[in-house]
Design a protein around this ligand. Structure first.
Ligand code: NAP
Ligand code: HSE
Length: 429
């Protein structure tokens, strides 16, 4: 820190949706920041691919496409990585940490894959690594989990951590909008990734769940460990029947500790309408946490977008500045001191919703019930719905059972002549 001016210099890597938002917000808050933390923030350099392209609100002279200008600048103490991806971003962050620079990032892809390496490098260099914006944008969840709840054992987290899919499912549920139309709308609103597969196939949510699982269970959980199903198989009939049975369908990420293993999964989930997550609509995100001592808590807010995400990033930057001023950087670290296996999806216990197309004649329900019974699968509720041309929609809510039994039961039911198709199997909370 320059004593006479009381200013801390930082560099932004990336000036896109989030980087541009951070620059704009830091400018707006310029006069406030010294009052709040006793020191000015100067974003001295902004790294981009194309430094000749003008960027709204960012002076040309701070733009650079030369990383060495930042790495070798001793005045720059904080690197704010908002480029995204797992390639260049990873080496820039590792370089910065090796040079003793503190890092703030929103890069969930990187932390969900190489978190252990990055966190170890931060610890080794006694540097801060802060990443509040990597999970659920503006919602404070990383700091609460790492600090406020550090004295508790977190038993379970369930989260709606992808805005695009929540927006699509809300439109399908409340307005009967088709999946395709709702996705186009989400893209127009700027919620979706440029390749929306990351959203609708559940990968974005899985990355966030991998990060959360590491933090609360102190073990290495990566993106590849998270069982992931997206929302592309959720049909309008599922949404309609779920509503009739008193449920809503959400894309939910879950991580919990069961029988010495960590569960980490993302998939559509039917929630009763009175569950706190059921009321989280449109592009909002929410994270429901249960701790042994604290009981239940829920965090809700904007999970994406330029300024909401920038707000979390700037909060992290200011926290690092405080640590620099007080000489206590590296104070809060990710400590993966356990080695807990991740549970296979076949081993989880869940309730299920099954929708199947069956022959509409007496005795069919009995045949199906026998097969379910033979596979130790109990029925909680059954209903026959739309019937046309000798084909009926049969709906079941299945009692909690190990997934392996459910899979075997579905295979056995498919082999019955009276079962034309098993149209959907959705887990129920
Ligand atoms: P973006 O709009 O695509 O912006 C990326 C920026 O990084 C661009 O300015 C680009 O430069 C620069 N960049 C990319 N590769 C570079 C390289 N090799 N060298 C130098 N500059 C490079 O991305 P974004 O939406 O802001 O997302 C940034 C990060 O925030 C990602 O990790 C994302 O997952 C995370 N995040 C985003 C949101 C959101 O709502 N968007 C929410 C939470 C977290 P050019 O402009 O010259 O191409
Ligand atoms: N595409 C993401 C979403 C952006 O829809 O939530 C924030 O990670």
């Amino acid at each position: 820190m320059s004593e006479e001016k009381k200013v801390i210099h930082a560099a932004l890597l990336g000036a896109g949706t989030v980087g541009g938002g951070v620059y704009k917000l830091a400018k707006k808050m310029k006069k406030e920041i010294p009052h709040r933390i006793g020191c000015e923030l100067d974003i001295k350099k902004v790294l981009v691919r194309d430094a000749s392209k003008s960027r709204e609100g960012i002076p040309k002279e701070v733009l650079t496409d030369n990383w060495d200008e930042i790495l070798n600048d001793k005045d720059i103490q904080i690197v704010i990585e908002l480029m995204g991806g797992t390639g260049v971003a990873k080496s820039r962050i590792l370089d910065a940490l090796s040079a003793g620079k503190h890092v703030v990032t929103a890069n969930k892809d990187l932390l969900a894959e190489h978190g252990a390496q990055i966190f170890a490098a931060a610890k080794e260099n006694n540097c801060d690594i802060q990443f509040e914006a990597a999970v659920a944008g503006a919602i404070p969840i990383i700091r609460p989990l790492m600090q406020n709840m550090a004295g508790d054992n977190i038993t379970e987290i369930m989260g709606i951590v992808n805005g695009t899919t929540n927006y699509i499912l809300t439109k399908m549920t409340e307005e009967g909008v088709s999946y395709q139309d709702a996705l186009i709308d989400a893209q127009k609103q700027g919620y979706a990734e440029s390749d929306p597969s990351a959203d609708v196939d559940g990968w974005d949510a899985a990355r966030k769940i991998a990060i959360i699982a590491q933090l609360i269970y102190h073990t290495n959980v990566t993106f590849a460990d998270v069982y992931t199903e997206g929302i592309t198989s959720v049909m309008p009939d599922d949404v309609r029947y779920a509503g009739e049975l008193g449920y809503v369908i959400k894309l939910v990420g879950t991580t919990k500790y069961t029988d010495g293993k960590v569960e980490a999964r993302v998939h559509p989930l039917m929630l009763t309408k009175d569950h706190p997550l059921a009321s989280v609509r449109n592009s909002f995100n929410a994270i429901f946490v249960n701790g042994e001592a604290m009981d239940d808590a829920m965090f809700m807010g904007r999970g994406a977008g330029s300024l909401p995400t920038a707000s979390a990033v700037l909060g992290d930057v200011m926290d690092v500045m405080r640590n620099i001023i007080l000489g206590c950087c590296g104070r809060v670290q990710v400590e993966n001191y356990r080695d807990i296996p991740v549970m296979d999806i076949d081993e989880i216990q869940s309730k299920y919703f099954i929708r199947m197309k069956v022959e509409d004649r007496p005795g069919v329900l009995a045949e199906i019930a026998v097969v379910l019974g033979e596979n130790e699968v109990g029925i909680a509720n059954v209903a026959q719905k739309d019937t046309a041309d000798g084909v009926a929609d049969l709906l079941f809510i299945i009692e909690s059972v190990e997934e392996a039994h459910m899979v075997e039961a579905c295979e056995a039911m498919r082999s019955l002549d009276c079962v034309y198709s098993i149209a959907s199997v959705i887990r129920v909370y």
